[in-house]
Design a protein around this ligand. Structure first.
Ligand code: GLA
Length: 384
C-alpha cells in the first residue's frame, strides 16, 4: 500500500485529511541475540519495511486508534493508562504514558497505523509501532528528545506497560538505523558505530518460519531471569553486573560457581555470543564474509543448544539454509521461539535458494516459509 492509498483510508475512517505522517522501520539482527540485556554487543540493521502512522488533530482530549493490520479499534483517554488494554494499542499507549509522565500533552489525535512488517516474525513490529508513536509525539509536543532517548523511552514503555522485559536493541535499531549499514551497538554504554554492509556478491535473505511465537514473551522473561540468576552466583567471586563483562576464558574458569547446569548454559550462550559479535564485526570490516557466515552458524547452534530458544521450525530452516550451496551462514534472528532466520546467500543462488529451501522446509514441517531479500533502510523519520 502506498502513502496515497493510506491517506485515502484515513479519509474514509476519520472523514478528514491526515495532517502528519511518520515512518519507523522493522529491524533484522545479523548476530548477537540475547546479549543486549546482558550488557553485550548487538549488530542489527533497520529494514526498508516498517510502520506508517498518519495523524490529525481532534477537538476533544481523546485519541482514536485504527490499524489496517489489526481489527481492534479504540478511542480512549487517560483512563487507559490504568486499564492497560491487552490489544495492540498497548504499544502506542505505553509510549503515550511515558510522554504524559514527562509532562507532555498526548491527547487529541486521530491515528491510523499501517505496517508492512510481518507480525510476530521477530522483525520488531512492536518496537516499530512504539518508535513511530514516539517520533510523532516528540515532533508534535516539541519534547526535543534525541532518537536514543526515544528508544530508551519506548523500551521502558514495553517493559513497564506491556510487561515484556526486552533489552534496548530493537528500539535502538528502529530509531538509529542507517541505509546500507549495520549498527555495532554496545548495550552497556550505548556507544555505537555504523558499519557499512559491504556484501560483495551476496545478499541477506530473511526467511519467516511462519510459526506463531506462542509463549515468546513469558519464555523471554524466563531467559532473562535465568541470566540474572547466573550473575548472582558469579558475582560472589567476580565484581560484575552483566554477564557479557566476562570473556569465554574467564567464564569457563568460574562456571562451576553456578550449580545448575541449565543456568550455566544460558550464561555460556550470552558470553560466547558477545565474543562472536566482536569477531563478526572485525570480519565484516575486513571483507571476510566466510568468517562472518561461520560465526552466524555458530551463533545459531549456541541459541539452539545453550539458550534453547529455537525449536523445530527455526532449526529446520537454518539447517537447510546452512547446507545449501552458496550460503555462507544462516541463523535465527531476534528473540527466537519461531520468527525468522537471516542468511548470507550468493547472488546467483538466491532464486534457487528460495525455491529449494522453501520446498524442503515445507516437506519437513508442513509450513510454508516466506522469503524477503533484506533492504537496509533508515531509522524512524517524519514524512510530513
Ligand atoms: C527481542 C528483544 C530484544 C533482544 C532480542 C534477542 O527482540 O526485544 O531486546 O533481547 O529479542 O536478541
Amino acid at each position: 500500500m502506498d502513502l496515497q492509498a493510506l491517506e485515502n483510508q484515513f479519509k474514509t475512517l476519520f472523514g478528514k485529511t491526515p495532517e502528519y505522517a511518520y515512518f519507523a522501520p522493522g529491524r533484522v539482527n545479523l548476530i548477537g541475540d540475547h546479549t543486549d540485556y546482558n550488557g553485550g554487543l548487538v549488530f542489527p540493521c533497520a529494514l526498508s519495511f516498517g510502520t506508517y502512522l498518519l495523524a490529525a488533530q481532534r477537538d476533544d482530549r481523546h485519541n482514536a486508534f485504527r490499524s489496517l493490520n489489526f481489527e481492534y479499534a479504540g478511542t480512549t483517554d487517560a483512563t487507559a493508562f490504568s486499564n492497560k488494554p491487552k490489544e495492540w494499542i498497548a504499544y502506542p499507549l505505553g509510549v503515550m504514558k511515558e510522554f504524559a509522565d514527562l509532562g507532555h500533552p498526548v491527547w487529541g489525535y486521530d491515528l491510523l497505523y499501517y505496517g508492512n512488517i510481518p507480525n510476530g516474525a521477530g522483525l520488531s513490529s512492536s518496537a516499530s509501532i512504539e518508535m513511530v508513536t514516539a517520533t510523532m509525539l516528540n515532533d508534535l509536543t516539541g519534547a526535543g528528545l534525541t532518537k536514543v532517548e526515544l528508544a530508551q523511552l519506548s523500551q521502558k514503555a514495553e517493559n513497564q506497560f506491556v510487561g515484556m522485559n526486552c533489552g534496548i536493541m530493537d528500539q535502538f535499531a528502529v530509531g538509529m538505523g542507517k541505509k546500507d549499514c549495520a549498527i555495532a551497538l554496545d548495550c552497556a554504554t550505548l556507544h555505537y558505530e555504523y558499519v557499512p554492509l559491504v556484501l560483495d556478491g551476496y545478499k541477506l535473505i530473511i526467511a519467516n518460519t511462519n510459526k506463531r511465537r506462542g509463549l515468546a514473551d513469558s519464555k523471554y522473561n524466563e531467559r532473562r531471569s535465568e541470566c540474572e540468576e547466573a550473575i548472582k552466583y558469579i558475582s560472589t567471586q567476580h565484581n560484575i553486573t552483566h554477564l557479557c563483562q566476562l570473556t569465554e576464558e574467564e567464564f569457563e574458569a568460574c562456571a562451576s560457581l553456578i550449580p545448575d547446569e541449565t543456568i550455566r548454559r544460558r550464561a555460556r550462550h550470552a558470553i560466547s555470543e558477545n565474543q562472536r559479535v566482536i569477531r563478526a564485526i572485525t570480519a565484516l570490516k575486513a571483507g571476510d564474509l566466510t568468517t562472518f557466515g561461520q560465526l552466524m552458524n555458530d551463533s545459531h547452534r549456541s541459541l539452539k543448544e545453550d539458550y534453547e530458544v529455537t525449536g523445530i521450525e527455526l532449526d529446520t530452516l537454518a539447517g537447510e539454509s546452512q547446507q545449501f550451496p552458496g550460503v555462507l551462514g544462516s541463523r535465527m534472528t531476534g528473540a527466537g521461539f519461531g520468527g525468522c532466520t537471516v542468511s548470507l546467500v550468493q547472488n546467483g543462488q538466491a532464486e534457487a535458494y528460495i525455491r529449494e529451501v522453501g520446498k524442503n522446509y515445507q516437506a519437513k514441517t508442513g509450513l510454508e516459509a516466506t522469503f524477503y531479500i533484506a533492504q537496509i533502510g533508515e531509522g524512524a523519520y517524519k514524512l510530513y
